[in-house]
Design a protein around this ligand. Structure first.
Ligand SMILES: NC(=O)c1ccc[n+]([C@@H]2O[C@H](COP(=O)([O-])OP(=O)(O)OC[C@H]3O[C@@H](n4cnc5c(N)ncnc54)[C@H](O)[C@@H]3O)[C@@H](O)[C@H]2O)c1
Length: 435
């Protein structure tokens, strides 16, 4: 039996002649057989091999799209990102870079550097008090925002107005567990911020480590919301960022104070060791709408008590001082810090200083002049004084607070009134903080 290749061989032979000088075979110049042979081979390839090649390429493409390659875990990350990282939930926001359409609405409010391309941003703790106001501003600016929150002290209500917005995503997630996301910036706020809550859920170290690991993997800029509590019961007044603090490492508040100090250390180590772009804000007492009603922080305590016609509880002699910053001022400072070129730490607070008794008076003037004041023994390690030196933020971020306590308090009271009397569930103070 003759195969097709045999027959082409025969044709080839019959059309070749011998060179009279060398005696070697040579092709007849007029012969078309070799051309035909080549054409046949090309046809064979086109018909039988190319389709298989294309199918192969298609299968490989599908495979790599479904299982994208990730960097191999290294050094610190490998401790917190197990090698089988493909089993972790991976989420992406795919966005075309586009110019924000809402920047014109914010005339004068968004600093120059903040305007521009739409960013993909994670806000951990974004369902909480400060986080939800930050999310409002980022969405308003035209960014795409993912909130990670375990709802420990946060509330879905704070973000209800964004649900359904394609630029917004809420993920119930505890930041002490790793997660993979692809974003440009991480605002790390997740952390119970009042004594009532933080002693039950110390989040700072593991949560911060996980988020720094994420920032390292994806090359995102990372902003840590630290606290004025890193100064402890300060021996310097007002407190500048150069002051190293005076903190009791084994007290009832240390899991928060030392947790934040460790978080700052981790951020700087990741910056120096892994080249992560970090930003550190040291936040002083902040108040405003959406604060947790009964978390024992002094402003929310006084306001809720006055509205409920209960006496305002002052711990100690009421002469300890704090400064109170309205939440919109803080959010502006955080955004300027994130977009700017300086790592920090930066004090973000209002330098106006009030004793607890003065604060109680402002609350009386705003809500109920007849509200009584009740004195109770002070809590352990309560700082005597707190007032930020904000010269650094003024100079390098061009930031300073604009809303005074007498302006800001009524806005908060309106929100509390509505929440308290529309919803009677929240009650029962079980701790106190002058933060
Ligand atoms: N408000 C202030 O006066 C003040 C002062 C200094 C520092 N800070 C810092 O600012 C940040 C925000 O504070 P806030 O006042 O909005 O407090 P908040 O309690 O209202 O918000 C914290 C949010 O983090 C979430 N959270 C807590 N643990 C979490 C975890 N393990 N995983 C995921 N989410 C978690 C909570 O559910 C909540 O939504 C905190 O890091 C706090 O330490 C606030």
């Amino acid at each position: 039996m003759t195969t097709s290749s045999d027959s082409s061989e025969l044709i080839h032979r019959s059309t070749s002649t011998r060179n009279p000088i060398s005696g070697r075979k040579q092709q007849s110049p007029s012969s078309t057989s070799p051309l035909k042979h080549t054409t046949n081979r090309i046809t064979n390839i086109l018909l039988y091999r190319v389709p298989f090649l294309l199918i192969g390429i298609a299968i490989a493409s599908i495979f790599f799209l479904a299982f994208p390659l990730t960097d191999s875990p290294d050094s610190l990350d490998s401790l917190y990102y197990p090698t089988e990282s493909s089993t972790l939930p991976t989420r992406r926001i795919l966005l075309e870079e586009s110019t924000s359409t809402t920047t014109t609405k914010n005339n004068g409010r968004v600093p120059g550097g903040v305007r521009g391309k739409r960013k993909r941003i994670v806000v951990t703790g974004g369902a909480g008090f400060v986080g939800s106001h930050l999310v409002d501003r980022l969405i308003e600016r035209g960014d795409s925002v993912i909130v990670l929150d375990n709802m420990f002290t946060g509330r879905k209500d704070n973000l209800l107005h964004h649900l359904g917005n394609p630029n917004f995503e809420l993920i119930r997630h505890d930041v002490v567990e790793p997660i993979l996301l692809e974003v440009d910036q991480i605002y790390h706020l997740a952390c119970p911020a009042s004594p009532v809550h933080y002693k039950y859920n110390p989040t700072n170290v593991m949560g911060t480590l996980n988020m720094l690991g994420l920032a390292k993997r994806i090359g995102a800029r990372f902003l840590l919301t630290s606290t004025s509590e890193v100064y402890g019961d300060p021996l310097q007044h007002p407190q500048a960022e150069t002051y190293w603090g005076h903190v009791n490492p084994i007290g009832v508040r240390s899991c928060y104070d030392e947790g934040k100090r460790t978080a700052e250390t981790l951020a700087m180590d990741y910056h120096r060791g892994a080249g992560i772009e970090v930003r550190i804000a040291r936040i002083f007492n902040t108040y405003g709408p959406r604060m947790c009603l009964d978390d024992g922080r002094v402003v929310s305590n006084f306001v809720a008590q006055a509205l409920r016609k209960e006496p305002l509880t002052v711990y100690g002699d009421g002469k300890q001082t704090r400064s109170f910053q309205y939440v919109s001022d803080l959010v502006e400072g955080l955004m300027r810090l994130m977009e700017g070129e300086h790592i920090g730490p930066f004090n973000l607070g209002n330098p106006g200083e009030f004793t607890m008794l003065e604060l109680a008076q402002v609350v009386q003037e705003t809500i109920d002049p007849n509200a009584k004041i009740e004195f109770r023994p002070n809590t352990e390690d309560d700082p005597h004084k707190r007032k930020p030196d904000i010269s650094k933020a003024k100079e390098l971020l061009g930031w300073q607070p604009n809303v005074s306590l007498r302006e800001g308090l009524p806005r908060m009271v309106a929100d509390f009134r509505q929440r308290l009397f529309g919803d009677s569930k929240g009650s029962g103070n079980s701790g106190v903080s002058t933060e």
